[in-house]
Design a protein around this ligand. Structure first.
Ligand code: NDP
Length: 503
């Protein structure tokens, strides 16, 4: 007898006769272990949760396409960028960073901006943020940094002392702190914000010449942000507002789009550049490296199932295609390990077989075998070792990255903090922000930093003063701090500042 499509079954496909009443011995029970359907249902329910992402836990996603609008093949051989008009299917996931899976979309936080391009040369993942810089520039600091953005170990609450203690002891964060506490730290939703690679990446062309690039996705909906008051109100009234906004706008055919640009520098320009071009706490000013258009991304299809396609989506900045590669940026190098590692923990060794993660334009042809949830034919009868003489897949030396000259002493090289680390935060405050932006920035900082201990307020405010004197004075005024003391703390070294503000 074939089973009708409408018939309820167990997970093994057996028709179920009753989904309301457990099988019991007598009217009152006890329940019988032979009720396979009850056991199947409860046992699966007990296993519904997979580990939450440590960061970027709350997110929303959608499918769409990327279309090439300008020819940049002189810089990259990437096939998906090879022709104007060429379209590649994409899946994009937006997220907050520090909040848990049930946290509010409107919280002050950077926003994750991750795009999976299903190219004919395998999946290429862009894993960026809505901010062009980051708080730290060494991956060894990352777990500590994230701990300070999460919950206090005893109180299990967010904690302003942890938050500002770490940041004020990590002065390279000043640029990102300034972006985060501007209204761009509370974007109105996921459609009205930009995406930035932050990191520098390598592009290389068919001749094997390489270039260094930063990638920018600029919203075509326009930038829209929430004020502090609006974001606080929304967190209570509609904590899923950005998730809903993305879904509903696509559902009604109002497809969001982003124009994609690259900034490009030659190896020679990078070698002579005034900043360390691989330092993720800094941007490349547009006047030094103008934006060059490359394409447009349009999101036009909602996921059919959130868990299957968004919760299980696994991005990695280590998913490259020929024509794109990593840079020496230390933070990026840490991420190249950590993303794949996280997915193996959350989803298992074969997470690449989950449909949203598996290549669509290409096929996997590797010697990796077995492992939990190996759901394809596992390489069938093909050889499972290399080299072999049984027609197994062969490496193609033609697709390798160009060789680059790297040498140096193996050591724990420290970045030396210098005045140059404060310049771009100062430029943002002084030259990019409007009077209203500055008013909001100061108000946003004061309302948060006032919850930290006074000595931490002093240490952090000295950093604002170092970025721009007006910036520091206004924060000091908002916190009722002695301005002469702030000026003094700004004039000494970080070590002296830390010593003067010890607990
Ligand atoms: P430009 O005047 O050419 O560009 C200013 C940039 O600042 C624009 O990309 C703008 O984004 C962005 N911006 C505006 N308000 C804010 C804000 N509150 N937070 C973050 N970004 C904002 O200047 P430069 O290229 O010389 O850079 C000056 C400063 O602008 C930098 O120090 C950096 O802080 C900031 N910036 C620079 C970027 C870059 O890649 N060069 C990227 C983003 C910020 P939009 O065009 O979308 O409005």
């Amino acid at each position: 007898m074939s089973i009708k499509k409408s018939t309820l079954t167990t997970s093994a496909g057996m028709p179920v006769s009753d989904d309301i009443n457990s099988m019991t011995a007598g009217k009152q029970g006890p329940a019988l272990i032979q009720d396979i359907h009850l056991l199947d249902k409860l046992a699966h329910f007990d296993r519904e949760r997979i580990p939450e992402r440590v960061v970027h836990a709350k997110g929303a996603g959608a499918f769409g396409y990327f279309e090439v609008t300008k020819d940049l093949t002189r810089y990259t051989r990437a096939d998906f960028l090879s022709q104007v008009g060429k379209r590649t299917e994409v899946f994009t996931r937006f997220s907050t960073v520090g909040g848990e899976k049930g946290s509010a979309d409107s919280e002050r936080d950077p926003r994750g901006f991750a795009v999976k391009f299903y190219t004919h040369e395998g999946n290429y993942d862009f894993v960026g943020n809505n901010t062009p810089v980051f708080f730290i520039r060494d991956p060894l600091k990352f777990p500590d940094f994230i701990h300070t953005q999460k919950r206090h170990p005893a109180k299990n609450t967010k904690d302003a002392n942890m938050f500002w203690d770490f940041l004020s002891l990590t002065p390279e964060s000043i640029h990102q702190v300034t972006v985060l506490f501007s209204d761009r730290g509370t974007p109105s939703d996921y459609r009205h914000m930009n995406g930035y690679s932050g990191h520098t990446y390598m592009w290389y062309n068919a001749k094997g010449e390489h270039f260094w690039v930063k990638i920018h996705f600029k919203t075509e909906q326009g930038i829209k942000n929430l004020t502090r008051e609006e974001s606080t109100k929304l967190a209570g009234q509609d904590p899923d507002h950005a998730t809903r906004d993305l879904y509903e706008s696509i559902e009604k055919g109002d497809y969001p789009s982003w124009r994609v640009y690259v900034q490009i520098m030659t190896p020679d320009q990078v070698a002579k550049y005034k900043y360390d071009s691989f330092d993720i706490t800094k941007v490349w000013p547009h006047s030094d490296a103008p934006l060059q258009e490359v394409g447009v991304m349009v999101l036009n299809r909602n996921p059919i199932n959130y868990f299957a396609e968004v919760e299980q989506a696994a991005f990695s900045p280590g998913n490259f295609v020929p024509g794109i590669g990593p840079s020496p940026d230390k933070m990026l190098q840490g991420r190249l390990f950590s993303y794949h590692d996280t997915h193996r923990h959350r989803l298992g060794a074969n997470y690449h077989l989950i449909p949203v993660n598996s290549p669509k334009g290409a096929m996997e042809n590797s010697y990796q075998r077995d492992g939990q949830m190996r759901t394809d034919n596992n390489g069938a009868e093909g050889p499972n070792y290399y080299p072999n003489s049984f027609d197994g897949p062969l490496p193609d030396p033609g697709v390798g990255m160009p060789s680059i000259d790297i040498s140096g002493i193996a050591a724990r090289h420290a970045y030396t903090l210098s005045d140059i680390d404060f310049v771009q935060a100062g430029n943002l405050y002084k030259s990019v922000m409007t009077d209203l932006d500055r008013d909001h920035l100061i108000g946003n900082i004061v309302s948060h930093l006032r919850n930290a201990q006074k000595r931490i307020q002093f240490r952090q405010t000295a950093l604002f003063y170092k970025a721009n004197t007006d910036y520091g004075i206004r924060v000091a005024q908002g916190l009722n701090l002695n301005i002469e003391e702030v000026k003094h703390l700004a004039s000494v070294t970080q070590e002296e500042r830390v010593n003067a503000t010890k607990g």
